[in-house]
Each structure stands twice: as structure tokens, then as C-alpha cells.
Design a binder for this molecule. Structure first.
Ligand SMILES: Cc1ncc(COP(=O)(O)O)c(C=O)c1O
Length: 404
């Protein structure tokens, strides 16, 4: 038995079977490279779904985490520690939203934004029963965030969900303007839809959101869990769209692999929230804050943001050339280091073909190959990874056209 078989057998017996894992067990990483239990090397163009923002075994992150583990990891939110305020200040400077609530995942960040939006209207004595969300959205798996996630496949087994959620088609300004009313508590949207197939919102749609919020007083929640913190070449894509959200959900890239999420809150909403309204045992502990501060050092002071812009343009050029060479690639969508290749057919066969050629990608929205490489990737590594993906697409394309 190979080691991956051993691992699979044990998991099959004792781990709740929720994930259709690829038959690969990664045991080590270095920069943009991963190594499996058999010693094979892969270029990681997915970074654990946008999380390993600094790549794998990043020396400064590794040192910071080890140092923090040897000093103090957790004390709870019953006491102060020196790192949470420092991280909140850095996030406020980056986002323009004055306050942060720390949690441990993207879904918790969205959950917090939804609760804070409800609390805002409760404080104002204006019961607003509706939330507007977008079709093709994904906001997480807990009840609140699932309620604003559009995919019936995720929703149906867990009904009833939160009432009052209305979905409007993405990038349809008229539909949005018609749906938002004085009964709307909040609009929630991903500035670049991730799971929905890497779809940036259009400027016209963003303008309609701003107009609808101004007309009705509805709050705007930007879910930047996947698109935020440098992934698109901007600190946040909402700013690129000219949006001014009241609440922003972040997660994934922030801890570089250490679980941390946050809701960023503007002062207008923050002042309606009272002691004890919400909380988390782990949220914002020393380990999480130390990792996040290290990530932000690299992103802002370390020049990562500028590099995402530059390498992202190279990435785009390579993807457009790849699309021109392969008739099964219908469309290239994205920005920075957040890209989707929409195929003319189900993209499922690309993932194992890519793994076989030593490159990690993912399929989303059935026909889309999703690419979220570590933000530290270089042009040369992009070339190496996309050469391997090019070969994988070529093989799948040949099988398709020969009817295999
Ligand atoms: C936009 C968006 N929001 C929320 C989530 C949920 O994050 P998590 O899986 O960390 O709970 C995700 C996860 O993919 C996401 O892409």
C-alpha cells in the first residue's frame, strides 16, 4: 500500500465523508511548490483556495508563528493582549473602515456582518425584514451565510433558512434597483464572485448598488473573503469599483494558513453595537493576530501588493494566449491573481489531468477552472505552472474531440 492509500483508508473509516478529495496527500511545501507523500512536486496555483497567500513554509511567517507559540497563544477575549488592537489599526488603515471584529473563518465573518446589519436597524427602531443577495453567490455554510448563498444544492437540505432574502441576477443594475426598497436592511455581494465562477462585478452594477443604498438607507456588505487583501492587485476590490461598504467580511489570505477572519465595520454601524452583542472564544487570539500582522507586513511593506499587479498582468497575458490556443476555453475572467477559465464543457477532467502534470488547480461552477496562486508567485513560476496546465488542457481537449 502506498502512503496515500493508507491515509485514504483511515479517513474513509473515521472522517465524516463530505469532501471528494483528489487522491493526493501533501506533506510538505516550499514557496509555490507542494510535495506529496511519494515525493512528487507540484506548482500550487490554488493556495488551498486562496489561503496560503505567502506560499508554503514562508520563512518570516514560520518564524513569527513559532515564536508566538513559544510565548503565548491564547488568553480569550476576557483580557487584553498587545496584538489585536495593532491588527485592527492596520486593517482600518487599509480598508477605511474604522473597526474590526475578529473571528476564525470566512463564514463567521459574513455571519457577523449580517448580525451587525440587523443590530443597526434594531437600534434605530426600524425593523427591516429584507436582505438582497446575488445569484451565483457563495458566502459560507453556516445558517446566516448559507441563507445569502444562492446555490440550491447547498441550501435545500437545510431549509428553512433565514427569511426575507431576495436574490437578484449579478451585473443586472435594473433588477437590483427594482429589488432594493425601504424594507431592505442590507445588500450583500462579493466584489469578485469566487465560487460562482470568478465574476467581477461591473462598474455599472456597483454604481447601482451605491445608488440603491443612498436612496433607501440600506447597508452595503462587501464579502471580500476570497477577493480581498491583495488577491486582485488592490487591497480590496470594493475600492476598485468605487464602493463604500458599511461592512466588509475578510478571511482566507489574512492568516496565510492560520485560521482568522474578520468583519470590518464603519463607525456609523459600530456605534449601534453594544457590549455582549456578539463574540468568539478564539477570535483574534495572539497566534491569529501574529500571523495576520506578518501577512500585512509582507503585503504592504514587503511590496507584495505591487508584485500582484505586475505578475497578475503577466498571468493574464499567459491565460489569454492559452485560451486562444484551446477551443475548449470559452472565456477568461478575473483580475490580479484571481482567475477563472470558463470551458465549453464540465471542467472536472482538468483537475486530475493537471495534478498528473504537477499543477494544482480547482474546478468551480461546473465549467470553470479556478486559479488562485500564492501572492508571492513570480513570472517564471507562473510560466512553469501554466505550461503544465496548458498540457493538461491539451490532453483533455484531445480526449473530448476524439469522443473519449
Ligand atoms: C466569498 C466567500 N465568502 C465566504 C466564504 C466562506 O469562508 P470559510 O470557508 O472560511 O468559512 C468563502 C469560501 O470560499 C468565500 O469564497
Amino acid at each position: 500500500m502506498t502512503r496515500v492509500d493508507d491515509i485514504q483508508t483511515r479517513e474513509a473509516r473515521h472522517v465524516l465523508q463530505l469532501y471528494r478529495r483528489a487522491p493526493v496527500a501533501f506533506v510538505r511545501g516550499d514557496g509555490v511548490r507542494l510535495y506529496d507523500a511519494d515525493g512528487r512536486e507540484y506548482i500550487d496555483l490554488l493556495s488551498g483556495i486562496g489561503v496560503a497567500s505567502l506560499g508554503h513554509a514562508h520563512p518570516r511567517l514560520a518564524r513569527a508563528v513559532a515564536e508566538q507559540a513559544g510565548t503565548l497563544l491564547h488568553t480569550s477575549n476576557l483580557f487584553y493582549h498587545p496584538l489585536q488592537g495593532a491588527l485592527a489599526e492596520r486593517l482600518a488603515n487599509l480598508s477605511g473602515l474604522e473597526r474590526a471584529f475578529f473571528c476564525n473563518s470566512g463564514t463567521e465573518a459574513v455571519e457577523a456582518c449580517l448580525k451587525f446589519a440587523r443590530r443597526y436597524w434594531y437600534t434605530r427602531g426600524d425593523a427591516r425584514p429584507e436582505i438582497i443577495a446575488l445569484e451565483e453567490s457563495f458566502h459560507g455554510r453556516t445558517f446566516g451565510s448559507l441563507s445569502v448563498t444562492s446555490d440550491e444544492h447547498y441550501r435545500a437540505p437545510f431549509a428553512p433558512l433565514l427569511s426575507g432574502v431576495k436574490f437578484v441576477p449579478v451585473n443586472d443594475p435594473e433588477a437590483l434597483l427594482a429589488a432594493v426598497s425601504p424594507a431592505t436592511a442590507a445588500i450583500i455581494a462579493e466584489p469578485v464572485q469566487g465560487e460562482g465562477g470568478i465574476r467581477p462585478l461591473t462598474p455599472a452594477f456597483a454604481n447601482a448598488m451605491t445608488e440603491a443604498c443612498a436612496r433607501t438607507g440600506a447597508l452595503l456588505i462587501a464579502d471580500e473573503v476570497q477577493s480581498g487583501l491583495g488577491r486582485t492587485g488592490y487591497p480590496f476590490y470594493f475600492a476598485a469599483l468605487g464602493l463604500k461598504p458599511h461592512l466588509v467580511a475578510i478571511g482566507k489570505a489574512l492568516g496565510g494558513g492560520v485560521p482568522v477572519g474578520a468583519a470590518l465595520i464603519n463607525d456609523e454601524v459600530a456605534k449601534t453595537i453594544a457590549f455582549g452583542d456578539h463574540g468568539s472564544t478564539y477570535g483574534g487570539n495572539l497566534l491569529a493576530c501574529r500571523a495576520a500582522l506578518c501577512f500585512l507586513d509582507e503585503l504592504v511593506g514587503g511590496g507584495l501588493l505591487a508584485s500582484v499587479g505586475r505578475v497578475g498582468r503577466h498571468f493574464e497575458g499567459r491565460l489569454r494566449a492559452l485560451a486562444a490556443a484551446h477551443p475548449i476555453v470559452r472565456e477568461v475572467r478575473g483580475t490580479g491573481l484571481m482567475w477563472g477559465l470558463e470551458l465549453t464543457r464540465d471542467a472536472a477532467a482538468i483537475v486530475p489531468a493537471a495534478l498528473e502534470r504537477g499543477v494544482v488547480v480547482n474546478r468551480t461552477a461546473e465549467r470553470v477552472v479556478r486559479l488562485l496562486p500564492p501572492l508571492i508567485i513570480t513570472e517564471a513560476e507562473v510560466d512553469e505552472g501554466l505550461d503544465r496546465l496548458d498540457a493538461a488542457i491539451g490532453v483533455v481537449e484531445t480526449q473530448t474531440s476524439s469522443g473519449a
